[in-house]
Design a protein around this ligand. Sequence first.
Ligand code: SDX
Length: 426
Amino acid sequence: MPDSLSIKDNRTGKSYEIPIQDDAIRAMDLRQIKTSDSDFGLLSYDPAFMNTASCRSSITYIDGDRGILRYRGYPIEELAEKCNYLEVAYLLVHGELPSKNQYEEWKHNVTYHTMVHENVKKFLEEFRYDAHPMGMLVSAVAALSTFYPDAKHFSDENSRRLQIHRLIGKTPTIAAFAYRHSMGMAYVYPDNDLDYAENFLTMMYKPPASSTFEANPVLAKALDVLFVLHADHEQNASTSAMRSVGSTHADPYSCAAAAAAALYGPLHGGANEEVLRMLEEIGSKDKVPEIIRQVKDKKRLLMGFGHRVYKNYDPRAQIIKRIADQVFEVTGRNKLLDIALELEKVALSDDYFISKHLYPNVDFYSGLIYQAMGFPTDIFPVLFAIPRMSGWLAQWQEMLLDPEQKISRPRQIYTGYPERHIPAQT
Ligand code: SDX
């Protein structure tokens, strides 16, 4: 049997053979289905892109029914156990895990670009004392485009590579500066002798007067694993923003700022912050039944639950839950954990949640770990953006090199007025 659809247009009686490739049809093949020569042809209508593949990609594979997540073919469980974040960032961007020499060169190049221009510091200092750090990050990443006009040469591989090093290197620095700004503390510059997560924790927490601060190695390792888990996730909303803005040939800093802005939303990367606020609002295990009732009455969402793709469980959530135990051994048990565990237990046994495939996602437990590690709640989405930068950049580069891609410009179904005219002046 041929890999095709046989479509009969009952409006005209005409039949069409639409080829099927990779379990998909090309939406453009529908345009031949017309009622007359002047007819535009059929569109596919797919609000929120529930069933639309926007690209071909070899970066990340997700099987939502079986809870599978792989970066470049490697299972997330193996990467979380055997690789550090910079190795995974290399894998996402280059397609293979780095050799020892490749890793050393990559680490040097990223580390070499952790500093930001002093004017970026001044730019951040102008924000209100209570500015949300994600708003500061989005703004500062966009501002970087004004410091590196050479980034417009995206078709030059060396230029792309330099911007990728700069963005992966500078994002933690900007994030830490935004935190220090919110605390009214002097900024701590990167220490390039430290590993990626360790350097970030040091810029965050090193007391200004201290010269001997050392990030807790258990917490640094836990954060590095969390960075691995958050590095990419195929065509999520923020990655789609990165690709869409990149398709106009905007510079990668402007693309990354758009992606970070998309991630900021509470339905996406902002969910980890909302989970903590929800758990703090619940306050105790005995309030859980009331929250469940409100969710079932559709008065609120259960933040940290549900996913567009995962319909049984988010494999990242399971790994994060294991990391939580290691972190709490160092920091002491987070009292909100008991509420989270009770929420999960009740939800997973309730048919309302089971029937809607609502399970804990990556954001449900990560916030508990971040809070236990001393991060303020509003910086949680920033902790998502830091590692996702490498995924965004890998996807951006893949889009630019894909001969099938061009400027992203969806169509619409017009539902407005037919032509009408401004009434003559009376
Ligand atoms: C991330 O796409 C990615 O890959 C994202 C991400 C990544 O790594 O990039 O995985 C990161 O963003 C994780 C998701 C974090 N967001 C949250 O935890 C916010 C709470 N979750 C929901 O907003 C929701 O589940 C989404 C946004 C995650 C998914 O939304 P969908 O796929 O569009 O599902 P839907 O809104 O169509 O919901 C289907 C049904 C609806 O009920 P009915 O209208 O059918 O009666 O499930 C209900 C929804 O009301 N529902 C929820 C719910 N999520 C969905 N009800 C209560 N609580 C929830 N959390």
